[in-house]
Design a protein around this ligand. Structure first.
Ligand code: NAI
Length: 340
């Protein structure tokens, strides 16, 4: 057929209609904060994802360069850069998934909550624009403190009348990525086969890896080993912040984690069955209004928030210990959105 001949000559990649007619559906992904430490490698990884047909790279400055650079890669996604607030609407229009790594990262000695004052305002203004220009997009919130920025987003969307709890996700995938890596090293199993759910929130002790549910199971790990793995997972971000010594926080591993999570969202939207990832979402599995746990992703975003499963005594204790801090962070976000 003509189509086949065109594709053989490589013309299909320049003809989106042809490409999408017999391949994955068209999906636009926008990255807000795309010129940053996370944004740039995340833009690269999303450009490599064959599920993406359009990639919009937005930042307050610097995105034309990132877009020109990434745009030369010979993969499906059409790339466009948008710089400055007056171009935010265009960047967002028609987006299926919006990934937000905009805002300041930590420096040594800072907690994620220390970022609140700056990042809360950034997230609020970006979410106000999302409500206006792509109200039904799936939102992947990376900007810290995630425990507060997700509640802020929910309040902004509620006020705009666009809130869909199934489409708002706090990205906690990096906690899972770290737990898998650290567990595989300690249990001496192949990291590619490892799965570890991480629940709760995304800061310090609110990060609760469930090593009792890790697969493949290991009988060789002592209680002390599990405690050390838990602490290393909780402090993984700080480990990177200290190693970077003032030059920011995790960017490369975060870009990887963000790309994994966005890919799962896209697969869910495309109707691929049994896509399950941990994420910080509106939840009723505990008494807290938002909580990270395994989530089944589908055509409308969250298809099902899965329960915690059986916990060890150590994990039960960790769960009770994290609740006050997580509750306070959620309430802080809600209060900010209501007061501003
Ligand atoms: P960065 O400073 O390198 O990049 C942030 C980018 O956001 C900059 O390019 C900046 O121009 C942009 N930006 C600032 N205000 C903006 C606005 N109003 N609209 C659009 N873009 C805006 O910081 P980095 O390292 O990329 O980190 C970004 C965020 O991600 C931080 O809040 C950090 O704490 C968070 N983070 C989250 C992780 C997670 O697991 N969820 C892991 C690591 C970092």
């Amino acid at each position: 057929s003509v189509e086949f001949a065109l594709r053989r000559r490589g013309a299909a990649s320049s003809n989106r209609r042809l490409f999408s007619s017999d391949s994955a559906p068209e999906r636009k992904v926008a990255i807000l904060g795309a010129a940053g430490g996370i944004g740039q490698p995340l833009a690269l990884l999303m450009k490599l994802n064959p599920l993406v047909s359009d990639l919009a790279l937005y930042d307050i400055a610097g995105t034309p360069g990132v877009a020109a650079d990434v745009g030369h890669i010979n993969t499906r996604a059409q790339v466009a850069g948008y710089a400055g607030e007056e171009q935010l609407g265009k960047a967002l229009e028609g987006s299926d998934v919006v990934i937000i790594p905009a805002g300041v990262p930590r420096k040594p000695g800072m907690t994620r909550d220390d970022l609140f004052n700056i990042n809360a305002g950034i997230v609020k203004s970006l979410c106000t624009a999302i409500a206006k220009y792509c109200p039904s997009a799936v939102v992947n919130m990376i900007s810290n403190p995630v425990n507060s920025t997700v509640p802020i987003a929910s309040e902004v969307f509620k006020r705009a009348g666009t809130y869909d709890e199934k489409k708002l996700f706090g990205v906690t995938t990096l906690d899972v990525v770290r737990a898998k890596t650290f567990y595989a090293g300690k249990a001496k199993v192949s990291v590619a086969d490892v799965n570890v759910p991480v629940v709760g929130g995304h800061a310090g002790i609110t990060i609760l890896p469930l090593f009792s549910q890790a697969t493949p199971a290991s009988n060789d790990l002592s209680t002390e080993d599990i405690k050390a793995l838990t602490k290393r997972t909780q402090d993984g971000g700080t480990e990177v912040v200290e190693a970077k010594a003032g030059k920011g926080s995790a960017t490369l591993s975060m870009a990887y984690a963000g790309a994994i999570f966005a890919d799962a969202c896209l697969k869910g939207l495309n109707g691929v069955p049994d896509i399950v990832e941990c994420s910080f979402v509106q939840s009723s599995i505990t008494e807290l209004p938002f909580f990270a746990s395994k989530v089944r992703l589908g055509k409308n975003g969250v298809e099902e928030v899965l329960g915690l499963g059986p916990l060890s005594d150590y994990e039960k204790e960790g769960l009770e210990n994290l609740k006050p801090e997580l509750k306070a962070s959620i309430e802080k976000g809600i209060r900010f959105a209501k007061d501003n």
